[in-house]
Design a protein around this ligand. Structure first.
Ligand code: NAD
Ligand code: USQ
Length: 404
């Protein structure tokens, strides 16, 4: 590093875009705890989606203002808050020039594949919000902080499920006797996952053209809820989505088991993905910030720790449930998505381990605690929100009405 010793003692400033969300809130607290100076940027649109669709987190969550006040009262640490939309470049410029971040962690996107497949307007919103938001962040860095490191949340879903091993971002190919290292082919399968592909292309281009330093974290599916910091007080509690739109596979299965709902396996259940514990999300982001990309470098890390098929997850939750006296059943739901249900999957994930990631692998004790957590809050579950309601094939231009 080219930091002098006097500079090294000044805490790094990290702007966390999407810092009120599931991954972003846990990361904001973790970085603040580790003595980074943190600013949360969020327009709270996720809380608005929940209201629009009649959904709610399993866990009760405090307002972002109360969360930040509680953190200050418990630890003495300040987290700055900028409430606004990063698609509004004036707002973003103001936040940038006032906070002057050394790194920006960008979680602030519409992140649900089913949400992006509800209807035309949600598909358009998702790509507009995500692609333009990221473009604005790139322009803000170029304009106001050329040295600022962009740590961008991408997704393993950018790669799809090719019948060959998945590399970390790039693949070396020999074609007609010539060899080159090229971006790994992208085959995303929702308008949401495609928005991440478009982001990756825009980021790679600006690294080359403007010398931006960026790390694209192709994250797998995140599970779990508690981190050391969010467990400190109920007002710091993180959100846990279990509904058919925002809930993700393992978290959903634990909540389903807690309320005696059969585990919802879509189609044949052979869909295999990379997964990681939310305690590793915060660790990975910290590692990326502590070891920044070089000027002009577009780095890609595959951010997950283990691969599972949907059927394997269902079997693990069934076994863990039995130990707690829950009789867990499964049901095969006609797949609402268009995706391979039996396929090869072998994705590399060594770069974060090389930087020092110590994974929390999925264990019986984590499953026990997640299941116990779900049982603790099971009275808050609305069973009507569990079954999937969004069809990849039936999406149309007409606004979809929300069932009351
Ligand atoms: P989330 O919906 O809980 O949080 C996203 C946050 O971003 C919300 O608080 C929302 O209000 C904010 N936001 C959205 N658009 C914004 C805008 N235009 N301006 C300002 N703020 C905006 O989602 P999450 O689960 O925490 O995911 C965070 C990121 O990580 C996303 O980019 C997602 O694609 C990625 N990711 C998530 C998972 C997962 O399993 N949850 C897995 C892989 C990747
Ligand atoms: N699935 C089921 N039953 C369920 C829920 C999901 O069988 O009840 C299946 C899906 O069909 C899919 C797989 O499980 O094959 C994963 O689905 P998911 O909803 O858990 O995850 P996904 O839609 O891919 O999206 C989530 C996050 C997204 C992130 C992505 C990482 O919402 O933000 O980008 O995980 S990844 O999957 O690696 O692309």
């Amino acid at each position: 590093s080219n930091q002098t010793s006097s500079e090294a003692s000044v805490p790094k400033k990290v702007m966390v875009i999407g810092g009120d969300g599931y991954c972003g809130w846990a990361t904001s607290l973790h970085l603040s705890k580790k003595n980074y100076q943190v600013a949360v940027v969020d327009n709270l649109v996720r809380r608005h989606f929940d209201h629009q669709l009649g959904l709610d987190s399993l866990t009760p969550i405090s307002s972002i203002h109360n969360r930040i006040r509680r953190w200050k009262s418990l630890t003495g640490k300040d987290i700055e808050l900028y409430v606004g939309d990063i698609c509004d470049f004036e707002f973003l410029s103001e936040a940038f020039t006032s906070f002057k971040p050394d790194a920006v962690v960008h979680f602030g996107e519409q992140r649900s594949a089913p949400y992006s497949m509800i209807d035309r307007s949600r598909a358009v919103f998702t790509q507009q919000n995500n692609v333009i938001g990221t473009l604005n962040v790139l322009f803000a860095i170029k304009e106001f902080g050329e040295d600022c490191h962009l740590v961008k949340l991408g997704t393993m879903g950018e790669y799809g499920t090719p019948n060959i091993d998945i590399e970390e971002g790039f693949i070396t190919i020999t074609h007609n006797g010539r060899t080159d290292t090229l971006p790994y082919p992208k085959q995303a399968s929702s308008f949401y996952h495609l928005s991440k592909v478009h982001d990756s292309h825009n980021i790679a281009f600006t690294c080359k053209a403007w010398g931006i330093r960026a790390t694209d974290l192709n994250q797998g599916v995140v599970y779990g809820v508690r981190t050391d910091e969010t467990a400190m007080h109920e007002e710091l509690c993180n959100r846990l989505d279990y509904d058919g739109v925002f809930g993700t596979a393992l978290n959903r299965f634990c909540v389903q088991a807690a309320v005696d709902h059969p585990l919802t396996i879509y189609g044949k259940g052979g869909q295999t993905r990379g997964y990681l514990d939310i305690r590793d999300t915060v660790q990975c982001v910290e590692l990326a910030i502590a070891n920044p990309a070089q000027r002009g470098e577009f780095r890609v890390f595959n951010q997950f720790t283990e691969q599972f098929s949907v059927n394997e997850l269902a079997a693990l939750v069934t076994k863990a449930g039995q130990k707690l006296g829950l009789e867990v059943k499964t049901v095969s739901v006609p797949n609402p998505r268009v995706e391979a249900e039996e396929h090869y999957y072998n994705a590399k994930h060594t770069k974060l381990v090389e930087l020092g990631l110590e994974p929390h692998l999925l264990s019986d004790s984590l499953l026990d605690s997640l299941l116990n957590f779900a049982v603790q809050y099971k009275d808050r579950v609305d069973p009507k929100q569990i079954m999937p309601s969004v069809s990849w094939r039936k999406i149309g231009a007409k606004p979809k009405t929300v069932q009351a």
